[in-house]
Design a binder for this molecule. Structure first.
Ligand code: FES
Length: 106
């Protein structure tokens, strides 16, 4: 099972073991990580699951697709490493992934 670390805005680190195929958002919600609201339930239609992919992982996770990029326009304080966590699917290739929760959602 791939490992996923989600760093909350207050610096609290949530180290999780997750199912391949699950999304970062699903794991954040399931584990009550604060700051991930995910109002649309993962449909790429709300931008309240915004995270920053850790610099070390950004290239491996890759860039958002067009629809996600459009939704990111509605997110708060978007940076080059911004992604919507419902659009990042965990896999063995992302074992050890680290993401950071922003100060607030849109
Ligand atoms: S949960 Fe709504 S865009 Fe990700």
């Amino acid at each position: 099972m791939p490992k996923l670390s989600i760093i909350a805005f207050d610096g609290t680190r949530h180290d999780l073991e997750v199912q391949a195929g699950s999304t970062v958002m699903e794991n954040a919600v399931r584990n009550s990580v604060p700051g991930i609201e995910a109002e649309c339930g993962g449909a790429c239609a709300c931008a309240t699951c915004h995270v920053y992919v850790d610099d070390e992982w950004s290239a491996r996770v890759g860039a958002p697709e067009a629809m996600e990029e459009d939704m990111l326009d509605f997110a708060y304080d978007v940076k080059p490493t911004s992604r919507l966590s419902c659009q990042i699917k965990m896999s063995d290739g992302l074992d050890g992934l680290v993401v950071h929760v922003p100060e607030r959602q849109a």
